[in-house]
Design a protein around this ligand. Structure first.
Ligand SMILES: Cc1cc2nc3c(=O)[nH]c(=O)nc-3n(C[C@H](O)[C@H](O)[C@H](O)COP(=O)(O)O)c2cc1C
Length: 366
């Protein structure tokens, strides 16, 4: 009922609030024998971390992970893996004057209506701080997927406001703080985001995640469809208002002759399906995109009401992030990786004896 756990054979439970003493997760169902050290979490946590650049909010956290259980002599034991990160930058005084108001675009109003009590410090449980633990849990999933199946899950920012990349290069993505695939546009983006920050306003963004190397067969009909579970997992990320698989909403304007991804012995001729048919992976790249809404906490004053229902004006005074989507790429990758590992384990459990079935066409022709 309280839905802090997801996944079937690989399940992840997160806990903690933005400004509590710590956040953490329990990853249950990871097969034994996977080498795992605290240092392996650093890269992805750093990629997600707030304060990684001046384009995102200034909150700084060390995000040092403690592995509390499930790992012995550097290897997973098959028992629950508990991970903990202590919050070291709590600064709840920043939020003192927001206790009695419902910030527009935030979960304040709905949490209040639902629970009748809320932790207002930094959004409490509804804060994107929680997504840190999804990224941490997915370090395990990414590693297992890569080692066991050669699957690589990576993402990039695909649009910010009305700006789209003019070129595409995976190598560029990790070399700029925007996860932007067009290196020649980074200065332009900096100017764009800088102007936004000065205006006190924000914009939305689109993030795309691609999982290469997924074999055919992962995903379960009918209620456990791979695309269905990806959509739910991605939609669970803060500020996500839309999910597309493959061509997504562009499919509306396509003809069947264009969309249907014809198959030849040399491979599929296109990938409008995003690597999934009937809820089951085709062996092509699994492709999912998300739409993130513009940051709600902005310097532009907005109208709301207080606990007494009286009108108030809300203005964010402290940190202001002109586009939360800039930081969402590692989180989206994490959710895709966790869903894929869960589905891989479920496929192995039910269909492990089926083995390789001929013929298997390559993912993409050419
Ligand atoms: C990485 C990330 C960071 C976020 N940081 C902020 C922020 O600094 N300010 C803000 O107003 N919203 C931020 N959000 C969005 C809010 O957490 C979210 O809009 C709010 O909890 C309401 O939930 P909903 O938009 O999913 O309905 C962030 C989202 C993500 C994914």
């Amino acid at each position: 009922m309280s839905s802090n756990t997801f996944g079937k054979l690989l399940s992840v439970t997160t806990f903690g609030e933005s400004h509590g003493p710590a956040i953490g997760c329990v990853v249950d169902g990871c097969p034994p024998g996977l080498a795992l050290a605290p240092e392996e979490f650093r890269d992805d946590l750093e990629r997600r971390a707030t304060g990684r650049s001046r384009w995102t909010s200034q909150r700084r956290e060390a995000d040092d992970i403690e592995i509390l259980s499930g790992v012995y002599q550097g290897r997973t034991t098959g028992t629950p893996i508990a991970l903990l990160i202590r919050n070291t930058d709590q600064r709840s005084k920043d939020y003192g004057d927001l206790q009695g108001t419902f910030r527009p675009g935030h979960a304040d109003y709905t949490y209040w209506q639902k629970y009748g009590i809320r932790d207002p410090r930094g959004g409490g449980r509804s804060s994107a701080r929680e997504t840190t633990m999804r990224v941490a849990a997915a370090v395990i999933a990414k590693k297992w997927l890569a080692e066991r199946h050669g699957v690589r899950v990576r993402g990039h920012l695909a649009q910010i406001g009305d700006v789209v990349p003019r070129a595409f290069d995976w190598d560029a993505v990790e070399r700029n703080p925007f996860f932007w695939p067009d290196a020649a546009m980074v200065e332009e983006l900096e100017a764009y985001v800088n102007a936004l920050r000065k205006s006190g306003d924000s914009v939305g963004a689109r993030v795309t995640v691609v999982a290469d190397g997924v074999p055919p067969g992962w995903g379960e009909p009918i209620y456990g469809k791979l695309d269905g579970e990806l959509a739910a997992a991605l939609m669970s990320i803060n500020a996500v208002k839309g999910v597309e698989i493959g061509a997504g909403f562009a499919a509306v304007a396509q003809r069947g002759s264009e969309h249907r991804d014809e198959i030849t012995p040399q491979g599929f001729l296109s990938n409008h399906a995003g690597g999934i048919l009937g809820g089951i992976s085709t062996g092509q790249a699994v492709v999912a995109s998300i739409a993130l809404k513009p940051t709600s906490s902005i310097l532009v004053p907005g109208r709301s009401v207080n606990l007494a229902g009286e009108p108030v004006e809300v203005v964010t005074k402290g940190r202001h992030d002109p586009c939360v989507g800039i930081r969402a790429t590692p989180i989206a990758e994490a959710m895709v990786a966790l869903v894929l590992m869960d589905q891989a384990l479920r496929h192995r459990a039910q269909c492990g004896d089926v083995g390789d079935v001929a013929p298997r066409v390559p993912g993409q022709a050419g």
